[in-house]
Design a protein around this ligand. Sequence first.
Ligand code: BJ8
Length: 427
Amino acid sequence: MMGQKDYRPMWKELGLNLEGHDQLLTVLGNAYKDIYMSQENRPKGMQYFDFVISEAHGLRIEELMETKKKGNKVIGTFCVYVPEELILAVGGTCVGLCAGAEIGIDEAEKVLPRNTCALIKSFMGFKLAGLCPYIQASDLVVGETTCDGKKKAYEILNDYKETYVMEIPQMKTQRDRTLWRGEVVQFKEKIEEISGKKITPENLREGIKISNDKRRALQRLSSLRKAIPSPISGLDGLLVNQIAFYDDPLRFTKSVNALCDELDERIKKGIGVTKNGIPRILISGSPMALPNWKIPFVVETSGAVVVAEESCVGERSTRDLVDETGKAVDQMIDALVDRYFKIDCACFTPNVERTDHILDLAKEFKADGVIHYSIQFCTPYTVEAYKVEKAVQKAGIPFLKIETDYGMEDMGQLKTRIEAFLEMVRK
Ligand code: BJ8
């Protein structure tokens, strides 16, 4: 994960804990080499994404510091409910802070109960241990009232970094939509205040277009994964979706489309990353934030391929576009409100549309099995797994439920369970 240049002066200026950060980069660099670079037959277009990862704490942070110098703002977010279009409209940059590594956990457990989900402990740990240049570079951090763990953790995070919290409703009635619209308008005002720029029909239209183009490219990539044999591994598919939260959106969109052109060619020639006829798996559930590659790694090193992720790092955040026909800011705000309100996070009740989406995806992607993944101690997804299991089994699709954290202690046990599941799928 380290490029050639010495970025230590920049990291120091950002207030990172240099020693801990060095260790982090070494661990992540080794993991990336073992998990990603050992894959065979990868598309050439993945080289761009390998490069982005190698410079995730270097060149990309340098770019953020450059844009800040020009007076533009960097906004850190934890949830796909935060409308990045408003940030882009004022020339800002939106970066995902959701962390997927078991690092800084000791620090996190000083302020959070041990039985908190790994994702929350991870972002808290990254901040308290001084390991994340993205949070350090952010002018504002935006939290949201999704699950209880997150919303209470933001109160603590606010002691260390100003955290603005958006209220996300828990249901989807008209009354909830009114509340949500009010939140989006208030967020727009906050963004205008901190950037010192007004949101206009022109700049908001541009922000919507940039985000939609990014989603269109990711939808295209997702759709190409329907091919048999799959032209790209699930690990690489997931990586592209993870990088979507950090990279410059215009450059990212171009690179995803270039990768898709290559995959189009592969499909025409019948080239896949794997043999034909191996089990095709849909992973559904909690988000797999960078660098959480645990489940797809086990699945794909056990003779199967992951074809889609029903997750916020995947289908759930790319499925819907914002209507682009609005002329006035108010109409565009309504378009944003409607689009974001469709996100079927397990924090909502009832949440039947999510189960419907899982069944549709399993069909569209010709999945041979569904693996439901919830981060340990994540109540919304772990509880909702019951309904998902019933629906998936009713549809006659093999189903496996997994609950795990970011640690490696259960890797052997996971491998045994996943291999047994794949054995059953193959019959
Ligand atoms: S819209 S999924 S990104 S909230 S894993 S912290 S739910 S206890 S991440 Fe999420 Fe937004 Fe929903 Fe998507 Fe809580 Fe569960 Fe932890 Fe979670």
